[in-house]
Design a protein around this ligand. Sequence first.
Ligand SMILES: C[S@@+](CC[C@H](N)C(=O)[O-])C[C@H]1O[C@@H](n2cnc3c(N)ncnc32)[C@H](O)[C@@H]1O
Length: 207
Amino acid sequence: MEGLKGLLRHVPAYVLLQRIVGADRLRYRCIEEIRPGETVLDVGCGPAYYFPRLPQPLDYHGFDTDARYIDWAEEHFGGANASFHCGNFDEAAARSLPPIDVVLLLGLLHHLSDEQCTRLLNLAASVLSPGGRVISVDTCFEPTQGRISRWMSANDRGEYVREPAAFEKLAMQSFGQVEGKVINDATHIPSSYWMMRMTAPNGPWAE
Ligand SMILES: C[S@@+](CC[C@H](N)C(=O)[O-])C[C@H]1O[C@@H](n2cnc3c(N)ncnc32)[C@H](O)[C@@H]1O
C-alpha cells in the first residue's frame, strides 16, 4: 500500500488511476454546481486535472500542500484567471481572496482530523459570497456498501474515512444548511462516496 501511495504522488499516475477507477466522473458531478462567471476556491486541488471541464469564464484559486501537484497544475492550467498556491489554506490565504461563490473540497475532508476539518470549514464559510456554497465529496463508510466497496474505503489514502453522519456533524458546526447524498454508482470499481452541499454559514461571518 505504501508503494501505491508513493506512486500516486507521480502526477500522470495519479490522473491515470483516477480515470481507471472512474473517480473523475465523481468530480465532474461536483463541478456541475459551478456556473460561468463564478469565483471558485479549490482547497486540496491536487493536480486539478478536472480544470478543463470547469465552465468558463471563471476566476479560479487552487491550493494544495503538495508542490508536485501544484507545479503540474500551474504548468498545465495556470493563467490570468487561474492561480495555484502551494501550502495550507489558512487565515492569511483566506484574507487574500475575493468573495468566493463555490468552494470545492474534493477528496479532502477524509484526509483531515475533526479539528482540522472544523478549522477548514469555518474558513471556507468565512470566504463565501452571499449565496455561496461549499461542495465536498469523500470516500465514506456506509451500511449498505458491499465488501469490495468497504475494502476500498478501508484502504483509502485518507486516514479519516468517516460515516456520512460524522461528515454531516462536522459541516453543521459551520453551516445552517447541509444537504448530502451517498454516491455508489460513479466509479467503475465499487466505492461509496459522500457528497455534501453546504450553504448558509452560521458563524460570525453570516450575512
Ligand atoms: C485525494 S487528493 C484530491 C485532489 C483533487 N481535489 C482531486 O479531486 O483529484 C487530496 C489532496 O489534498 C491535499 N491536502 C491534504 N491535506 C491538505 C491541506 N491541509 N491543505 C491543502 N491540501 C491538502 C493533498 O496533497 C492531495 O493533493
